[in-house]
Design a protein around this ligand. Sequence first.
Ligand code: SF4
Ligand code: SF4
Length: 138
Amino acid sequence: MTQQGILVDLNRCTGCWTCSMACKMAYHLDVDDYRVSIRTIGGNRIDEPLGTWPDLSLSWMPIFNKDCTMCGDRQWEGELPFCEMCCPSAALFFGDVDDPKSTLSLKREELLQRGYGETMLPAWERSRQPVFYLKKDR
Ligand code: SF4
Ligand code: SF4
């Protein structure tokens, strides 16, 4: 069976929104229409850190919504999804969750071996699934 999924390396994501803009440009989305948007962890604004001085941290989480097609037509042609192709930090990895040799599965295995923890968003977020978030505390 084939099940396309997304892996996000949260340690590499810089919250730049390039993935979101690439998707909007590629699919001619309206100005307020997003298939992936970037959540700032702990803050209401993009540059608002988590914690109180001097124990502050700043990190981001791309959230894929249900309209994300995972660029299935592109993947079928052997091309990368627009957001993965344009991410300047190489934080996104797509592939077949059920294929142990897919890009996603190999990266997931590598990061888990290196001690990264893995989370997924709960069902009540109503986001695109499956999306695996991997992070390692520094
Ligand atoms: S996933 Fe990549 S393109 Fe998207 S916000 Fe993070 S670093 Fe930027
Ligand atoms: S996989 Fe394709 S449709 Fe989904 S957010 Fe990325 S560019 Fe947009």
